[in-house]
Design a protein around this ligand. Sequence first.
Ligand code: FE2
Length: 448
Amino acid sequence: MTQLRVRRARLLDDGDLVDLHVEGGRVSSVERHSTDAPDRVADVEIDAAGGLVRPPFVEPHIHLDATLTAGEPRWNSSGTLWEGIAVWSERKRSVSREDVIARAEQVLRWQAAQGVLFVRSHCDVTDPDLTALDALLELRERVRDVVVLQVVAFPQEGIVSFPDGAKLLEEAVRRGADVVGAIPHFEDTREDGVRSLEIAVDIAARYDKAVDAHCDEIDDEQSRFVEVLATLALRSGLRERVTASHTTAMGSYNAAYAFKLERLLGRAGINLVSNPLVNLALQGRFDDYPKRRGLTRVKEMLAAGVNVAFGSDDVMDPWFPLGTASPMLLAHTGVVAAQMTGQDEIAETLEMVSTRAARVLGLGEEYGLEPGRPANLVVLPATSRLDAVRRQVAPQWVVARGGLVAERGPSPVRLRWLGEEHVVDFVRDGDAAAATWRDASIREGVSP
Ligand code: FE2
């Protein structure tokens, strides 16, 4: 008997229904749905009932070492990035292995429950003991059958401007960090910032690692380190293994310079990660009105052929007091913040928290629903990507390496309305494609 089967799945917005079979933890076949097929052919049967079945969500940018510390030892009262760094430098004195693992693992559970099965977490390595790094590397190994965790050695307080910053960064990579980070706009001078990127790219090249730099996370239109990073990516040959995160200064660049950048970034092949929730909240804090949005040029860079993904960045930490690490909230916020309100643009925001983020992590053939690939997937009770983003639907089922790891019971709201009972699920009346799964979501569950 097949290990697991997902019946009546819709892989594309307007696609035909298919049945997806899993054997040995991998997708074994994807066939057009047949009503002649026997009712039960697998140990675990999931009836998607016409809902979207997609590869899992991917988190390209989060800080799990600092997560769930909001208010410790004090709240960030100004709300600025800079006070956040100051509060974190106080909190990190009490960081321990157990403390980091407990908080990080809780957020990983939240993510898995929402179908996020690949996570890239930055980890502050401006700690001479590298306590948080060792903790996250330990956690990475323990959770690997459910969630693939990439750890970025992130020099929160600088590489050149922090004592022994470069040594600590290299030591973190030697201990097993997957990705080399940087923070050039935080270094003391422009020259230090340039030098810090050269050091990061050099370490990455020598240890065969990827690069993911916090780059130009500031409203200063003079902060132009992304051109340095892109050029180093091009000349070192690391190219698509290099990511510039945040790049919020790009939202303040003049059009002539932005045009030059589009060309350079396109040629270099680097990725951008925008963090719409946190960028909206943190940037523009020094502006009077009009106040800048604080996002990078998301639409324009996508149009220029640059891979752009959305990340959470912070979940209840000194930089952002809210958050549940929800990929659907990110996509939804991205629609608004980046003004991606066209029909195709809304659909694209779902790719930015899944397939485009997978490119940032360099997942290659470890990701996707093609036969032979590891069976990681989510079943969304939605008929299209636009529908999924609009209603911010959570997966009904999450499958990791062929095993069911999360399921959500049907929970439509029953509304008593002027003498009648209505089921409210926020689907627009008349959406014929939704009829099947709407009925099924109330009637059926998974059969173990
Ligand atoms: Fe960040």
